[in-house]
Design a protein around this ligand. Structure first.
Ligand code: NAD
Length: 354
C-alpha cells in the first residue's frame, strides 16, 4: 500500500518536499498539507494536486489518512510538532536542525526511542553524489583511520530573510551555525564514521547582520524585524577516539570564498575532499602524491529525491534511517556547546546524559 503523507509547513521547504514526494507516486501519495497561513497551504494543494487541507497541524497529525508527517516549519516548532506526530503513531521526516536546541532535540529523541516508527532528519547532503562516492571509498578502507577533518561553508553575502524568523534567536536558535553549519557538521561526522564528540571550543561573531549588511537573495527581508543571531561561527570539536573536526561557517564575511560547502577528510592511508559538485581522493603511491578527481555524473537525480526515497524505503522495510534521531541529537549537542563556548570563552564538555 502507498504511504500516505501529510506535510506541515507550506513555505520554501514544504514546497520542495511536495515536489520530490510527488515524483514517487508508486510508493507514496501526499494526502494533506497545512500551514499556519492556510491560503498558502491551499495554494500548494492546488499546485501539487493534494486533496486535503486540514485546518491545523493537530488535525493533520490526527488524520486517519496520514501515515507519515513531514515537518518544514521554523525551528522553534520542531520539537512540539515532531513529538505530537510520533506520539500519534506517525512516521516523521523532520527538517534540520532537529531541535532549536539540544533540550528540544532530546524530547524528540526520547519520543522516537519509545516508538517503532521511522524518525528521520532532513540532511540531503548525505545523498549528494560526491559525498556518496567518498563514503564508498571510506567503507572500503581506502582512507584508513580518519584522524582529522575540516568542514565549512563560507557565504560571502548570504544573510537569508533579514528580520524574519531566520534571524531571530527565539525562533531559529541561531544564525549560519544552526542553519548551514548543521548540514556540514552532520555530513562530516557521518563521513568520519560517527565518532562521539566529547568537547568543543568555539566562537561566534555578528559583524554584518546588526549593521544590515551581508544581505543575500534567499527570503524577503523584513526591516521592522529583529536580527540577534551570529553571522559567522568557528569551532574545534574533539571526539572520544582522539580525532578532531574544525567547523567554520558564515552567512557573510569579507573573505575570498567560492560560497561552496566543503569537507576535507584526512586519513592514515588517504584523504578525500568534497567541494559542492566536485571532489578528490588523495593518497601517496610510489613516493608520489596521487589525486583522483570526483564529480557529479551528468543527469544525476537530485539528492533530495534520494532522501525522499530513503524515507519511504525505511517505512516500508523497517530499515533505520541514516539520519536518525540520535544523529540529529548529536548535532544539536555540538551546536549548543559551540554557542556556550563562545559565551563563556571556555572549552565545553558535552553532556551525554539523557
Ligand atoms: N534541508 C534544507 O536544506 C533546508 C532548506 C530550507 C529550509 N530548511 C528548514 O525547513 C524549515 C522551514 O524553513 P523554510 O525555508 O521552509 O521557511 P519558510 O518561512 O519559507 O516556511 C515556513 C512555513 O511554516 C509556516 N509555519 C510557521 N509556524 C507554523 C506552525 N506552528 N504550524 C504550521 N505552519 C507553520 C509558515 O507560515 C511558513 O509558511 C526550517 O527548519 C529550515 O531550517 C531546510
Amino acid at each position: 500500500m502507498a504511504v500516505r503523507i501529510g506535510i506541515i509547513g507550506a513555505g520554501n521547504i514544504g514546497s520542495v518536499h511536495a515536489s520530490q514526494f510527488s515524483q514517487l507516486r508508486d510508493a507514496c501519495e501526499i494526502t494533506a498539507i497545512t500551514d499556519l497561513y492556510v491560503p498558502l497551504a491551499e495554494q500548494r494543494a492546488a499546485e501539487f494536486g493534494i486533496p486535503g487541507v486540514p485546518e491545523s497541524p493537530e488535525a493533520l497529525i490526527q488524520s486517519p489518512n496520514v501515515d507519515a508527517v513531514i515537518i518544514g516549519v521554523p525551528n522553534q516548532y520542531h520539537a512540539e510538532l515532531a513529538v505530537r506526530a510520533i506520539e500519534a503513531g506517525k512516521h516523521v521526516l523532520l527538517e534540520k536542525p532537529m531541535g532549536i536546541n539540544a533540550a528540544a532535540a532530546k524530547q524528540i529523541l526520547k519520543a522516537s526511542q519509545a516508538s517503532d516508527k521511522v524518525v528521520m532528519i532532513g540532511h540531503q547532503m548525505r545523498w549528494e553524489s560526491v559525498p556518496m562516492q567518498i563514503k564508498e571509498q571510506i567503507d572500503r578502507g581506502e582512507l584508513g583511520r580518519i584522524y582529522t577533518a575540516k568542514t565549512g561553508w563560507f557565504r560571502r553575502k548570504g544573510i537569508p530573510g533579514w528580520g524574519t524568523w531566520f534571524t531571530r534567536m527565539d525562533q531559529s536558535g541561531g544564525g549560519p551555525l544552526i542553519d548551514i553549519g548543521v548540514h556540514m557538521l552532520d555530513l562530516a561526522l557521518y563521513l568520519m564514521g560517527n565518532p562521539k564528540p566529547v568537547s568543543v571550543f568555539g566562537s561566534t561573531y555578528a559583524e554584518f547582520g546588526p549593521k544590515r549588511k551581508g544581505i543575500g537573495t534567499w527570503g524577503k527581508p523584513n526591516w521592522s524585524g529583529v536580527y540577534d543571531v551570529e553571522d559567522l561561527a568557528t569551532a574545534m570539536i574533539k571526539m572520544e577516539d582522539g580525532s578532531t573536526l574544525t567547523l567554520e561557517v558564515s552567512w557573510a564575511v569579507h573573505m575570498d570564498t567560492d560560497n561552496t560547502p566543503f569537507v576535507h577528510l584526512m586519513g592514515t592511508e588517504g584523504g578525500a575532499s568534497y567541494r559542492g559538485a566536485t571532489g578528490k581522493l588523495l593518497t601517496e603511491k610510489f613516493d608520489k602524491p596521487l589525486e583522483t578527481p570526483l564529480s557529479r555524473p551528468e543527469n544525476d537525480e537530485s539528492e533530495r529525491l534520494r532522501l525522499s526515497r530513503h524515507f519511504i524505503d525505511c517505512i516500508l522495510t523497517g530499515k533505520r534511517p541514516i539520519t536518525s534521531a540520535l544523529t540529529g541529537y548529536t548535532n544539536n549537542l555540538v551546536l549548543d556547546a559551540i554557542y556556550e563556548s563562545s559565551r563563556t570563552g571556555h572549552e565545553v564538555k558535552l553532556d551525554w546524559n539523557l
